[in-house]
Design a protein around this ligand. Structure first.
Ligand SMILES: C[S@@+](CC[C@H](N)C(=O)[O-])C[C@H]1O[C@@H](n2cnc3c(N)ncnc32)[C@H](O)[C@@H]1O
Length: 233
């Protein structure tokens, strides 16, 4: 807000919202994170909303037990790994993986601001091998990947979990945004995991509520779907 006015950020929120919902074909080109208005909207509107949402999901799944390290795939500003880590005692270490350099630097800021022991890898998750002994979260990321990459990751997640690591996937509730969901869910449940749809009533912090109303949105309820494989303690 030091550089942009409230209406400029509000337009950024509206542009980002329309990009994610109506013009998804442009996401692959990184269109979501171009321009100061959209970046501001991503960092100060959608990221806090996702933080609140992921925290509710982690609490509802009782996912924080015995997690010591978290890998956050497509971490953006780092909120999913951060929300999970802050629920763990002692707080888990987090590694964020992000291909966009602006988001990666925001992620470093998030970890520092929230007192999280975290680091960021500027990398493409398409080629990533997941290290052992780390929990994995991917929030609103898998739907941005191409089919073959998604297929490879699905197999890698199932393998990881069979070796003991918890895996948490979070995606939008709107089915048309995740046409691959049912295939993933059936393999997930077959591997002993669970599939959920969530709807949380939340009281938004005042600034978020103000921007929400101004942008013509309504986030009194936060929604998402998730896949959870608890791994082995
Ligand atoms: C919708 S954002 C979600 C960010 C964050 N996880 C959240 O929940 O707020 C998707 C993120 O994934 C990143 N991303 C997409 N494809 C990627 C890839 N192949 N490698 C690394 N990051 C990727 C994008 O740059 C973006 O920051």
């Amino acid at each position: 807000m030091a550089k942009l006015t409230f209406p400029e950020i509000r337009r950024g929120v509206q542009a980002l919202s329309s990009l994610y919902v109506e013009r998804r074909n442009q996401l692959g080109a990184g269109a979501a994170l171009t321009g100061a208005g959209k970046r501001a909207a991503f960092a100060m509107f959608y990221s806090p909303l996702h933080f609140l949402l992921v925290r509710e999901i982690v609490r509802s799944l009782d996912a924080a037990r015995s997690v010591r390290a978290i890998l956050d795939l497509g971490c953006g500003t780092g909120i999913a790994g951060a929300a999970w880590a802050l629920e763990t005692v002692p707080h888990a270490r987090v590694v964020g993986v992000e291909r966009n350099s602006w988001a990666a630097s925001e992620c470093r800021w998030t970890y520092e601001a929230l007192g999280i022991q975290g680091s960021v890898r500027a990398a493409n998750i398409e080629k990533l091998r997941i290290p052992p002994d780390t929990a994995v979260v991917a929030a609103f990321t898998i739907n941005e990947l191409d089919g073959p990459v998604r297929d490879r990751l699905l197999q890698e997640f199932l393998r990881k979990s069979s070796r003991g690591a918890p895996v948490l996937i979070i995606e939008p509730i709107a089915r048309r945004l995740v046409p691959w969901w049912d295939g993933w869910a059936s393999q997930w449940v077959g591997a002993g995991g669970r599939e959920d749809s969530w709807r949380f009533k939340v009281k938004l912090p005042e600034r978020l509520a103000l921007m929400d109303r101004a942008a013509g949105l309504d986030h009194k309820e936060l929604t998402a779907r998730s896949l959870w494989l608890p791994g082995r303690p």
